[in-house]
Write a protein that binds this ligand. Structure first.
Ligand code: SF4
Ligand code: SF4
Length: 384
């Protein structure tokens, strides 16, 4: 652990570099790392990100053996269940938890792995899948199994968790009321945000785990400063009269995008990506989630928008804000499950029980931050 208070050092040794000697020695002493990757309510981008490390995947192969990776190799849950507890060194879990199968895998991997990493913004904060928390379960099922133009379902058939066929009972995972974070179910050791995490941070994480040179458990493996703090664009405290969609203007490549009227989430977003989007003349989308001090990323961004708007006139302000398309999807795009809003799924009183708070962490597992679901359950006097 080197430069940041809350993440891996930016200067961690790359495999094959002079500093990689410690990892080589650690690998020789311990044998190769045993890794697992799992995808839950995910788009697949996080798995592709692992492949995006290109030829460095050979370094990972030198450091580790992979025991589970559904997107890349065949496996059976019973093979994982048969592994001794704490057999795996690290499990990387990507995607939100939206159904009972994904919850089962969260518990299973927590039991089988010494270290569990929430990999990507969906596992860390609920991600884009948790925007569905703005709708309740029945609305979603009505739409998917009846509402879309391409659905033909005159009998209104819905998936059933259990169905008895002549061959025996068939089961499907239960579709939960909302999409949740991994930490809403099990204690999580490290959080690797990003949509998806950048190859640089994936490598740093694997190398740090291999060498044992890790930050305290519970840490977010990214910087503890904002994207704005790492963005090279010129900031002048200029106020704006109106906001634009990014296709409506060609922004000045040197000046702050927010000061040009584009909703750039940099002020409310944790750095670590290298300000990739602003560097490509695109506003930050907020995928690294909030920094440690920020309670709610969307609320923080609303406050930044309010402070940059150059008007005291109520109607002018209303018109300027009306230009922001899809405010919930813009300000809470990656973190509805972690937000104070939560979404209707939580309002319906259907959050899962606070399993993380009640679960006994395996030996060596660190503290887990308070859970959204836990807070909801507590607010309802312990009722689920
Ligand atoms: S974090 Fe982004 S890339 Fe990863 S599964 Fe979620 S939506 Fe896909
Ligand atoms: S608001 Fe966006 S463009 Fe402006 S400094 Fe922050 S990250 Fe850079």
């Amino acid at each position: 652990m080197t430069d940041t208070a809350h993440g891996l050092g930016a200067g961690g040794p790359a495999a094959g570099s002079p500093g990689a000697g410690a990892e080589d020695e650690a690998v020789q002493a311990r044998g190769k790392l045993k890794l697992a990757f799992f995808w839950a309510a995910a788009c697949g981008g996080c798995d592709v990100a692992v492949l995006d490390i290109h030829e460095k995947i050979l370094d990972v192969a030198a450091l580790a053996d992979i025991y589970l990776w559904p997107v890349a190799m065949d496996f059976k849950y019973k093979d994982v269940e048969a592994l001794p507890d704490r057999f795996l060194d690290v499990a990387f879990y990507n995607g939100a938890v939206r159904n009972s199968e994904q919850e089962h895998m969260a518990h299973l991997l927590r039991r089988k792995a010494k270290t569990l990493v929430a990999f990507g913004s969906c596992a860390c904060f609920g991600g884009i899948p948790s925007l569905a928390n703005l709708f309740d379960r029945e609305e979603i099922l009505d739409w998917v199994y009846g509402g879309t133009f391409s659905t033909e379902n005159p009998a209104g058939v819905r998936p059933q968790p259990r169905f008895t066929a002549p061959e025996g009972e068939l089961t499907l995972p239960e579709f939960y009321a909302g999409a949740y974070r991994l930490q809403d179910f099990v204690p999580v050791d490290y959080f690797l945000p990003g949509c998806p995490p950048t190859p640089e941070w994936i490598l740093k994480a694997v190398e740090a785990i291999a060498s044992g040179n890790l930050p305290p458990r519970g840490a977010v493996l990214a910087l503890d400063k904002t994207v704005c703090d790492t963005c090279p664009r010129e900031k002048t405290d200029k106020k704006v009269k109106e906001f634009h969609r990014h296709y409506e203007i060609i922004p000045d490549p040197e000046r702050c995008l927010l000061e040009q009227g584009l909703i750039c989430m940099g002020p409310a977003t944790r750095g670590g990506c290298g300000a990739l989007c602003p560097s490509a003349n695109m506003p930050c989308r907020g995928c690294y989630g909030p920094t440690r001090e920020v309670v709610d990323q969307g609320a923080k961004m609303l406050s930044a928008v309010a402070s940059i708007l150059d008007s005291d006139d109520e109607e002018e302000i209303r018109l300027a804000l009306a230009r922001i398309e899809d405010p919930a999807g813009t300000f809470w795009r990656f973190g509805m499950a972690a937000s104070l809003l939560g979404g209707r799924a939580f309002d319906a009183g259907s959050a899962p029980p606070d399993r993380a708070a009640s679960a006994t962490p395996p030996a060596g597992a660190g503290a887990t931050p308070p859970t959204r679901a836990g807070a909801d359950v507590a607010a309802r006097g312990g009722k689920k």
